[in-house]
Write a protein that binds this ligand. Structure first.
Ligand SMILES: Nc1ncnc2c1ncn2[C@@H]1O[C@H](COP(=O)(O)OP(=O)(O)OP(=O)(O)O)[C@@H](O)[C@H]1O
Ligand SMILES: [Mg+2]
Length: 709
């Protein structure tokens, strides 16, 4: 097959320009990611570049996986030698190979935001500052900002009272992290850049290794990431970056559009390619997206066109409240399915995660399977973190923070007093907390009980370490058992404890999956992988169902049917952006949202919305007003939700066991249970071949046999 038959002229040009820097600057859906993928295939297939010489950055692990799969189809199994990943995962690989040059041990662990928050809390306590006045999140944000700009504590410039305190905390925090042999997320990039900055021989080694560097979603790289790219690109300057200034939506995380503007300065002689044909959406959708984003002043300016001239008009729906909005979404989806779409063709996009609740509820009630991207993450659950804390200490005995988490969990008689004593000893002697445990026999001021328990724990951890080399899943299982975490949960005999046990079981399965897929039982690799698991990796993509996610998560994706919800001033654009003067970034976010749609686009808003128990009435979003009227369908409702509800109500009166009813999605079934009454009536229906499902009768749109469908 000729690769280039599947590309248009400018896309081909971007693939063929393999000597020197290339910047592809183009709007949504114009084939930037596709071009990048084909360029890699072209390099391997036609230019004799070895897959191991290719380094590509994507914005999510999911995108990396997809790109890898795509390329392996084009070039075969050797593609496994390519380095394709997020900035963070590439950084972990580089640091594991080289971090010793920076005085860390290569068995470092990665701290998530929870872990760093406890560490910061600890530090504030050490300084004896009021924790209410100086919450850890304050420092977390400030330190993260600094790292994204590649500013260490030494480069700190803010000398105000507040700034001075941040500097103090920042300095102590970095020192503590190093003692703990831990890195936070931002450190991964920061330390990689520091490493490449100060170790020319390491830098040269990577530059020789990677002859071609590629970056997707280039508009969302921050300064530190940009510097990482610059260091890794060799003297030949073979860098291909693709991006869209109109889709820059991570300013809050330090993404800097100037990276695009400065590309030409940093990589002189760069070929600039523009793509203008969009292959994703209908002209109506593009016109709407173009019209909205045109209201931004800070942009390079470009327009998109498509050959898909026709297209359904956009439907705008005004709901009385967020529940009706969600119910409307459910109707849209039923309708789409009736017209032959799969559930997985449909996506509901919203501005903040908190908005998902109403949609989840409506989907469950309407019997629509859905997949939520984001939300409470598996790896953030307490019991999972407890077992992981054991694993981390086993892997990296210097990790005092993780040891503190489990030093007395399950309870073993090392109380607060004993813990304080052990920490004092560790500090005095310059050893880790694990070292103090081992020396408990000689530490004064410990009760006999605490002393015995400390020594036992120390011995237990040592026995866990001795299992290096066994299967990972077995190790995780053994640790969860021998630590008595499982025993304790089993004894509780509550539903919650059962859930927790199940989650630990899931963690063990994850360890097995990791081992099977990555082909290594290495605990460190597993922990590194866990730390970088993103919302997407926790979504079962094969499961089917409507997608629920934030607009940020939808970056780079496309769906035939898209519902963009919550278009109210204060929600989208978000309140904070109005205070901080970043409405243009919100508008880019709206542009991203609209351009995810391939065929049908729905935009909804609610007249009143209850957030955190407070009901507010917000005016309709300016972004809706920016969509030209001629692109919006006149009839704005598929079916008014109130009528749908009352209609459903009528049909369910007096539901009886054994009665045959019809559900709009699952078809005919038999009622096997009825619970509750009035609006709360819940019916359970057995569908022949479709299983048994429960619905709130009020919402289920059931019809009776005699009335027909
Ligand atoms: N030359 C082409 N011929 C046919 N289809 C194409 C062509 N180029 C791109 N496409 C298709 O158009 C869609 C959008 O492409 P792609 O996702 O690469 O765009 P993008 O510019 O990366 O979008 P985004 O800005 O949203 O990340 C994909 O379904 C892709 O397969
Ligand atoms: Mg893309």
């Amino acid at each position: 097959m000729n690769l280039f038959d599947e590309l248009n002229e400018p896309q081909r040009q971007a693939c063929l320009a393999t000597d020197g820097p290339v910047l592809v600057l183009a709007g949504a859906g114009s084939g930037k990611t596709r071009t990048l993928t084909y360029r890699i295939a072209h390099l391997i297939q036609n230019q004799g570049v070895h897959p191991g010489q290719i380094l590509a950055f994507t914005f999510t692990n999911k995108a990396a996986r997809e790109m890898k799969n795509r390329i392996s189809v084009l070039v075969g199994p050797d593609s496994r030698f390519m380095w394709i990943g997020t900035f963070h995962s590439v950084a972990v690989r580089i640091l594991r190979e080289n971090i010793r040059h920076l005085g860390y041990d290569d068995r470092f662990v990665v701290y998530d935001t929870d872990d760093t928050r406890s560490l910061l809390k600890d530090i504030v306590r050490e300084f004896n500052w009021d924790e209410k006045e100086w919450p850890p999140s304050l420092f977390q944000t400030a330190i993260s900002r600094a790292k994204n700009k590649f500013q260490g504590p030494k480069q700190w410039t803010d000398t105000s009272f507040f700034g001075e305190r941040v500097r103090q905390v920042y300095e102590r925090y970095q020192k503590r992290l190093k003692d703990l042999n831990a890195l936070d997320f931002d450190d991964l990039i920061f330390q990689t850049v520091a490493l490449l900055d100060t170790h020319p021989e390491v830098k040269a080694q990577y530059q020789r290794r990677f002859r071609h560097v590629l970056v997707d979603e280039y508009q969302d790289t921050n300064l530190a990431q940009y510097q990482m790219v610059r260091h890794l690109v060799g003297p030949e300057g073979n860098l291909c970056a693709v991006g869209d200034d109109d889709q820059s939506i991570y300013g809050w995380r330090g993404a800097d559009m100037r990276n695009i503007l400065e590309f030409q300065r940093d990589f002189p002689g760069a070929t600039i390619v523009r793509l203008e044909e969009n292959y994703r959406s209908t002209q109506v959708i593009l016109d709407a997206a173009n019209a909205v984003v045109r209201n931004n002043r800070e942009r390079l300016g470009k327009e998109l066109w498509t050959e898909k001239k026709n297209g359904e008009k956009i439907r705008v729906y005004r709901a009385p409240d967020e529940e009706s909005e969600a119910w409307y979404a459910a109707e849209v989806i039923h309708e789409a399915v009736r017209h032959g779409h799969k559930l997985s063709d449909c996506a509901i996009l919203y501005r903040t995660n908190a908005q998902s609740r109403a949609f989840e509820m409506a989907m469950s009630r309407a019997g629509i399977t859905y997949r939520l991207v984001g939300g409470k993450r598996f790896y953030e659950r307490k019991e999972v973190k407890d077992v992981l804390a054991y694993l981390r200490v086993v892997f990296n005995p210097a990790d005092d923070m993780s040891l503190l988490r489990i030093i007395n969990y399950p309870r073993r008689g090392i109380g607060d007093v004993a813990q304080r004593r052990l920490r004092e000893y560790a500090l005095d002697q310059g050893v880790s907390l694990a070292g103090a445990l081992a020396a408990a026999g000689n530490i004064e001021g410990l009760s006999a009980q605490a002393r015995r328990a400390s020594l036992e724990l120390s011995e237990l951890l040592r026995s866990f370490q001795a299992q290096d080399g066994q299967s990972l899943a077995d190790r995780v299982r053994h640790i969860a058992e021998a630590s008595h975490i499982m025993t304790q949960l089993r004894q509780e005999r509550t539903r919650e404890a059962d859930d927790r046990l199940e989650n630990i079981g899931e963690l063990i399965s994850e360890a097995k999956r990791f081992e099977d897929e990555q082909g290594t039982p290495d605990l460190g690799e597993f922990l590194g992988w866990v730390a970088l698991v993103s919302d997407w990796d926790e979504t079962d993509e094969d499961a089917g169902g409507v997608w629920l996610m934030t607009v940020h998560s939808a970056k780079g994706l496309e769906f035939p049917v898209v519902i963009v919800a919550g278009l109210e001033e204060g929600v989208f654009p978000h309140m904070r952006s109005m205070d901080e003067g970043t409405v243009e970034e919100e508008r880019r976010l709206m542009y991203v949202a609209l351009t995810r749609a391939q065929e049908e686009l729905y935009v909804t808003y609610a007249e009143t919305r209850t957030i955190l128990g407070r009901t507010t009435a917000n005016p309709v979003s300016r972004f809706i007003k920016e969509i030209p009227e001629e692109l919006v369908a006149k009839s704005q409702r598929i079916a008014p939700p109130d009528r749908a509800l009352s209609g459903a109500n009528r049909t369910v009166e007096g539901l009886a066991l054994g009665e045959k009813v019809r559900h709009p999605r699952f078809g005919w079934g038999t009622i096997v249970a009825v619970r509750g009454d009035g609006d709360d009536t819940e019916v359970t229906i057995a569908f022949p071949g479709g299983g048994v499902r429960s619905f709130l009768a009020k919402f289920a749109q059931l019809t009776r046999e005699e009335t027909g469908a």
